[in-house]
Design a protein. Structure first.
Lengths: 316, 667
C-alpha cells in the first residue's frame, strides 16, 4: 500500500506543476486529460480498492457524482448549493468543507476521503491535500479544453476510476438522448437568438459566450447565442449594462439566470438602458432559476431543460 | 495678504475645469455632435445615443454633484473645527456610511430599496459621534482629530472587508471592493442626489452669517444670541449629511473633501462664504477631471475602476506631503524628556503569563469543532486528522505574535512614544507594499520571495520615518498620522487592484486579511525560531533599551553607542515586522497591544517587559487564529483582521488617554 501511495503522490506532484502552468494558460494541451486516464489504469492495475469516499472541490464534479449514484462525502460551500446549483439536490449526508480557496483541512481530514476531486482553479491546495488522500485534477475550465466535451470525457473517466463504468455509460447515453431530442425539436422551431446573463450587481452582468458550458450546449443543439463578444476562458465577459445595449438586437431573447441580489431588480426597473433594450421593451426577457455555469453534464442538462421549457411556452 | 477676498485668483480652478472639459470633449464630443445633428431620432434604440444620454451624461452629472458636495462638506468641517485636515474622509464619516451600507446590503438587503440614504446617514452619524466622543477629552486638537478619524476609517474599512470575506459570493466579492464607482445606468442617482444637496446647500446658506462670526471667534457669534456650540453642531451636521448622501449614491470617494478647500485657500479664498463656494466648485472640477482621466486611461475597464479608489490613491500621498509642512498647536513632547517607568511587578508576572500562554496554546491545539460541527476536546486526536492542521498554525501565530511584540517594544523605546508600533507607524503597510510589488512583478512567488519583498518595504518605510522623526523630535501624533496615511494608501491601492479582477489581487487580499491558513510546519517553525533568535540579543542588550530612553546625552555618558544601537534596533524591527506581515498580514495591531499589556501588568523595565510582551503577543495571535478557525466552522475568518478588531479600539482608547499621560509624565 505504501509504495503505491508514494507513486500516486509523485505522479500528482508532476501533474500539479503542469496544471498550474495550464492554469496560467501556458501549459500544453490535454496533459491533464491523458494523466487522468493513466492514473485510472495504474489504479486498476494495482488492484487498489476503488474510491468510495470522495471530496469535491467544485460543484460540477459533485453534481456528476450525485447523478452516478455515489454522492460525495464532502463538498465546498455546501451552504450555498441551493443558491448556485439547486438541481440535482444535495443529499443531507454531504458535509460542508468551507470556501473553495480556504478549504477547511480539518474537516476534509475527518471525512477520511479516499479521493479528492478538484479543478485547475483550486490546484493551490494540491500539495496540502495530497497528505490526506490521492487527488484528481479534472481538466474542467483548464483554459485548453471546451467544457462540454471535457465533461463527457471526465464523466467517462470517473466511471472507470470508481468502477462504475455502466452507470457512467448509462448516464452519458441518457444525456445524449436528451441532446438529440432537443436538437430535433429546435430544428422544427424558429427560436430567437439568446443572450445569457448573470447579474453581478445592478450595474454589471456576466454574459456567457465562447468557452462556456452554455455555448457548447447551444452549439450542439442548434440554438444561437446573440453575444459574439470576447469572453475569458471561463466563458464569460463581465460588462456594464450599456455594453449589453450596444450588442442588443431586435430579436434577442434575454435570459437572466438567478441568483439575483434583492436590490438589483428595482434598480433595473428604473434604468432606461435596461428598460428600453429592444428585448426588454418587447417583453423578450425572462428570469430563470440558477444553473451552475461552471458545472458539468448535470448542469448542461438543467440549462437545456430550463431554456427549452421557456422557449416552448413562448415560441412554439 | 490678510486683506480681502479680492485677492482671490481662481486660475487653478479654471485650469482644472479646462482640463476636465477637454477630456470630456474627447470622451463624448462625437456623441454630442451626432445627437445635435440628428436631433435625436426617437422611437429607435440608438445605442450610442442611449449610452450618451443615460450613461455618460449621468456619470458626468453625478461626478460634478458629488464633487460639489464633498468640497463643500470639507470646507464646512475645516472651518467649523478650525482644522485644515478635516474632511469627510479624514473624519471617518464616509467610511461609517459605507460600512452601514455594507451591513444593510448583506443582512437586510430589502431595506436598501427604501432607505439607502437613511442607512448611510446613520452610519456616518455613528462614525462622527465615535470620533468626537474619543476626541472630547482632547480639546479637538486638529491633528489628533484627523488621526482618530482616519483610524476609525481604516477600522470600519477592515470591518466591511471582513463582512464581505465572510459572505463570499463565488468570485463576486471583489466587486464590493469596487465601491466608489461613478458608473451610471440612468439618471436615478443624479435625480436622487441633487434635491438632497439642494436642501442642504439652502440650509447652510441660512447659517452662513452666524457661521462667519463663529469662524472669526466664538465671542462675536454669541452676540447674535445663538450659542457657538449650536452653530458648530448645525454646520457639522450639514457637512456629515452631505458626505453620507454622496456615499449612499456612489460609495466612498476619498480626499476630494480634503483637497478642494485646501486649493481654495491656496487660491486666496478668505471670506467664509467664498471659501465654501470655491471649495465646492473646485471639488466638482477635481472629481470631474479625475473621473475623465480614469475613463480615458482605463479604456474598456472604465466600468470597473472605481473613481473613489483612485482619488484615495492620489489623496494619501498628498496627506503625507502635507503633514510635515503643517503647524500644529500640540503639546510638544521632546525626545529628551524621559517617561518615568517604575517597575511594580516582577518575575511572578512572567511565570503567570507563561502559564497562561501554555494553557492557551493547549486549548488552541486540542479544542475545536468536530465532524458534526459540535464542540470537541481532542486530547486523543490523531496527528494525521487533527494536529497536523492545527499545530503549524498555532506555531506560526505564536511566532508572528512574538515578532510583532518585539518590534513594538523596540519602536516604543526608540521613539520614546508609547503609541508606536509597526502597525501604527505604517511599517506593516510598507511590508505589505513590498509583498504587493513581489506578487505583481515577480512570476511564481514563494513565501521566501514575499519575505524579502516585505523586508525591503518595511526597511524603506522605517528609514524614511526615522529620517523624518529625527527632524520633528519623534512627535507622537505626527508619526502616527504618517503611518495611518500610509495604511490608507495601501488600502486604496489594493482596492484599485482588486477592482481589476486580476487573479493576483485575490492572493494579495488574502495576505492582507492575514490568515495563517495553509502555513507549512517548516515555515511556521522558521518564523517561531526567527522570533526567538532575535529575542535573545534583545534580552541581553535590554540595558541599551532602558538607557536609550533617557536620551542621547545620558546614553553616551552611560557608555551606550546611541547611533549604532539605534541602527541595529531599527534593522531588527524591520526584519521582525516583515516576517510577521508575511504570516498574519498588516492589520493585526498586536505589536501595539502586547507591550501595553506588559506595561499594564506593571512591567516597565525592558527585559521583563519584553519577555511578557512576547508571551502576550503570541497568545493574542493564537487566540485570534483560534476564534477565526472555530467560530464559523467550517468557514474561516482571518486572524489578522480579527485581532485588528480588538486592537483598533485599544489604540483609540489609548489615544484618548494619552494627553493625560503625557501631561503627568512631563510634570
Amino acid at each position: 500500500m505504501l509504495p503505491d501511495h508514494q507513486m500516486l503522490f509523485a505522479e500528482s506532484g508532476t501533474k500539479s506543476h503542469l496544471s498550474r502552468r495550464g492554469f496560467l494558460g501556458l501549459g500544453a494541451m490535454g496533459v491533464t486529460a491523458s494523466l487522468l486516464s493513466s492514473f485510472t489504469t495504474a489504479h486498476a492495475e494495482k488492484g487498489e480498492k476503488t474510491p468510495r469516499r470522495i471530496v469535491c472541490l467544485d460543484y460540477g464534479s459533485a453534481t456528476t457524482l450525485i447523478e452516478l449514484g455515489l454522492p460525495p462525502v464532502g463538498v465546498i460551500a455546501a451552504q450555498r448549493w441551493n443558491y448556485w446549483v439547486r438541481e440535482p439536490k444535495l443529499p443531507n449526508s454531504v458535509a460542508d468543507i468551507g470556501q473553495d480557496l480556504v478549504i477547511n483541512l480539518e474537516a476534509v481530514s475527518r471525512l477520511k476521503p479516499d479521493l479528492i476531486l478538484m479543478t485547475p482553479y483550486t490546484t493551490s491546495h494540491q500539495p496540502v491535500l495530497e497528505k490526506i488522500a490521492p487527488i484528481e485534477v479534472i481538466p474542467l475550465f483548464d483554459g485548453q479544453s471546451q467544457p462540454l466535451p471535457a465533461s463527457r470525457e471526465i464523466t467517462k473517466n470517473l466511471g472507470v476510476l470508481l468502477g462504475m463504468e455502466t452507470e457512467a455509460e448509462n448516464y452519458l447515453k441518457s444525456f445524449e438522448t436528451k441532446l438529440v431530442a432537443a436538437r430535433d425539436l429546435i430544428a422544427k422551431r424558429n427560436y430567437p437568438s439568446l443572450t445569457l446573463l448573470n447579474f453581478m450587481d445592478a450595474r454589471h452582468a456576466r454574459v456567457y459566450g465562447a468557452n462556456s458550458l452554455y455555448q457548447n450546449v447551444m452549439d450542439e443543439v442548434g440554438l444561437i447565442n446573440a453575444w459574439r463578444g470576447e469572453t475569458n476562458y471561463w466563458g464569460f465577459q463581465t460588462v456594464g449594462l450599456e455594453r449589453l445595449a450596444s450588442e442588443a438586437t431586435e430579436n434577442t431573447e434575454l435570459v437572466v439566470f438567478e441568483p439575483l441580489m434583492d436590490d438589483i431588480k428595482p434598480t433595473l426597473e428604473r434604468s432606461p438602458l435596461w428598460k428600453y433594450l429592444p428585448s426588454v421593451q418587447n417583453d423578450r426577457f425572462v428570469m430563470l432559476p440558477p444553473v451552475m455555469m461552471f458545472g458539468m453534464l448535470p448542469s448542461a442538462e438543467r440549462f437545456l431543460s430550463l431554456i427549452l421549457s421557456h422557449l416552448e411556452s413562448h415560441y412554439s | 495678504m490678510s486683506e480681502t477676498q479680492r485677492n482671490y485668483n481662481p486660475v487653478l480652478f479654471f485650469i482644472i475645469t479646462g482640463v476636465a472639459l477637454l477630456l470630456s470633449w474627447l470622451l463624448m464630443g462625437q456623441d454630442l455632435q451626432d445627437i445635435l445633428t440628428n436631433g435625436g431620432n426617437k422611437g429607435e434604440y440608438n445605442v450610442q445615443q442611449m449610452l450618451f444620454l443615460f450613461s455618460a451624461l449621468p456619470r458626468l452629472s453625478v461626478a460634478i454633484l458629488s464633487g460639489l458636495a464633498l468640497g463643500f462638506s470639507g470646507a464646512i468641517l475645516q472651518l467649523a473645527l478650525r482644522n485644515p485636515l478635516a474632511s469627510p474622509t479624514t473624519m471617518g464619516v464616509s467610511a461609517g456610511a459605507y460600512l452601514a451600507l455594507v451591513i444593510a446590503g448583506l443582512f437586510f438587503p430589502a431595506t436598501l430599496v427604501y432607505g439607502r440614504e437613511v442607512i448611510a446617514l446613520v452610519g456616518a452619524g455613528v462614525a462622527a459621534a465615535l470620533v468626537f466622543g474619543l476626541m472630547a477629552r482632547r480639546d479637538f486638537s486638529p491633528i489628533s482629530l484627523v488621526l482618530t478619524g482616519l483610524i476609525v476609517s481604516l477600522y470600519f474599512g477592515a470591518l466591511a472587508s471582513l463582512l464581505v470575506l465572510l459572505n463570499d459570493r463565488y468570485l463576486a466579492s471583489l466587486f464590493i471592493w469596487g465601491a466608489g464607482s461613478l458608473s451610471q445606468q440612468s439618471w436615478d442617482v443624479a435625480n436622487v442626489l441633487w434635491p438632497q444637496l439642494l436642501v442642504l446647500f439652502g440650509l447652510s446658506m441660512i447659517m452662513v452669517r452666524p457661521f462667519s462670526l463663529l469662524v472669526l471667534g466664538d465671542g462675536s457669534a454669541s452676540s447674535l444670541g445663538v450659542s457657538p456650540g449650536m452653530i458648530r453642531f448645525f454646520a457639522v451636521s450639514i457637512a456629515i449629511a452631505m458626505a453620507a448622501f454622496v456615499t449612499s449614491a456612489v460609495g466612498v470617494i476619498g480626499f476630494i473633501g480634503l483637497v478642494a478647500p485646501m486649493i481654495a485657500r491656496l487660491c486666496g479664498a478668505r471670506k467664509v462664504l467664498s471659501q465654501l463656494i470655491w471649495s465646492a466648485l473646485i471639488g466638482a472640477a477635481l472629481l470631474w477631471m479625475t473621473d475623465a482621466v480614469i475613463q480615458i486611461l482605463a479604456g474598456r475597464l472604465r466600468e470597473f475602476v472605481p473613481t473613489g479608489a483612485v482619488t484615495a490613491l492620489l489623496g494619501s500621498p498628498l496627506l503625507l506631503f502635507l503633514i510635515p509642512r503643517m503647524k500644529f498647536e500640540t503639546v510638544v513632547q521632546t525626545n529628551e524628556a524621559p517617561l518615568v517607568w517604575r517597575q511594580t511587578a516582577g518575575l511572578k508576572v512572567l511565570f503567570v503569563m507563561l502559564a497562561i500562554s501554555i494553557c492557551i496554546v493547549i486549548v488552541a491545539v486540542t479544542f475545536g469543532r468536530d465532524t458534526d460541527f459540535g464542540w470537541a476536546f481532542d486530547l486523543s486526536g490523531s496527528w494525521k486528522d487533527v494536529y497536523q492542521w492545527r499545530v503549524p498554525r498555532v506555531i506560526a501565530a505564536f511566532g508572528a505574535g512574538i515578532m510583532l511584540a518585539l518590534a513594538g517594544m523596540i519602536l516604543q523605546r526608540l521613539t520614546g512614544n508609547i503609541m508606536a508600533s509597526p502597525e501604527v507607524l505604517g511599517i506593516n503597510a510598507g511590508a505589505m507594499m513590498g509583498i504587493g510589488v513581489c506578487i505583481y512583478l515577480v512570476v511564481g512567488v514563494g513565501p521566501e520571495t514575499l519575505a524579502i519583498g516585505a523586508l525591503l518595504g518595511a526597511s524603506i518605510v522605517l528609514a524614511a520615518l526615522f529620517a523624518f522623526g529625527k527632524k520633528s523630535g519623534f512627535q507622537p501624533e505626527r508619526m502616527i498620522l504618517i503611518g495611518v496615511a500610509l495604511g490608507a494608501l495601501i488600502d486604496a491601492l489594493i482596492g484599485a487592484l482588486a477592482a481589476t479582477g486580476d487573479l493576483r489581487s485575490v492572493h494579495l487580499l488574502r495576505i492582507m486579511a492575514g490568515s495563517t491558513y495553509g502555513v507549512s510546519l517548516e515555515a511556521a517553525c522558521g518564523a517561531f525560531l526567527l522570533g526567538c533568535t532575535l529575542m535573545l540579543p534583545l534580552l541581553f542588550g535590554a540595558r541599551a533599551l532602558d538607557v536609550l530612553n533617557f536620551g542621547e546625552k545620558v546614553s553616551l555618558s552611560l557608555g551606550v553607542n546611541v547611533r549604532r544601537s539605534r541602527f541595529v534596533l531599527f534593522a531588527m524591527a524591520s526584519c521582525l515586522t516583515a516576517g510577521a506581515t508575511v504570516l498574519v498580514g498588516p492589520l493585526s495591531f498586536v505589536g501595539l497591544m502586547a507591550p501595553h499589556i506588559a506595561r499594564a501588568l506593571g512591567l516597565h523595565q525592558a527585559r521583563l517587559q519584553m519577555a511578557v510582551a512576547c508571551l502576550a503577543g503570541g497568545s493574542l495571535m493564537v487566540v485570534a487564529d483560534w476564534i477565526g478557525r472555530v467560530s464559523d466552522y467550517p468557514y474561516e475568518m482571518p486572524a489578522g483582521l480579527l485581532s485588528a478588531l480588538v486592537g483598533t479600539p485599544l489604540l483609540l482608547i489609548l489615544m484618548s488617554r494619552q494627553n493625560a499621560f503625557a501631561r503627568s509624565s512631563n510634570a
